[in-house]
Write a protein that binds this ligand. Sequence first.
Ligand SMILES: [Fe+2]
Ligand SMILES: [Fe+2]
Length: 153
Amino acid sequence: METQAPKTLESERRILGAQHAVLGQLLETIRKVATSVLASPSTILELVEQIAKLRDFLEVHLRDEEAFLVPVLRGLGAWGELRLQCLQEEHAHQRALMIVLSGDAARRAPEELARRTLVLCADLRADMELEQKELLGPAMIAEPLAARELPNA
Ligand SMILES: [Fe+2]
Ligand SMILES: [Fe+2]
């Protein structure tokens, strides 16, 4: 029988980092597909498929990230509470955008769907890069209590 290694802060951080890498690849693919729709609207079906793929992967990622980061941030005082609030607002925003994008995929003009997708991709990429730097950086996980010494900005 296979036994699973216990989860640690470091292993969780690595899992989320790996998910960010996959998400980055998905975003790059979807960005190319959306750009090609602007040049040739007949490729819209591929974009609809990519949006569904992104929605499914993103939801798994958001849940995993919340499962890991919410308790960690709750233990880091005012600084953590502030970051937690930002995380929850950002995730709610991303989920809402994915619902709009997926729900409207069949109704929108191809060019409009492509433009909205490009905006979403840029937003997701920026948020992911910020998370990697501020929430999943080795310093924060290796020495989480150090964050308590940050000013409560
Ligand atoms: Fe996130
Ligand atoms: Fe993330």
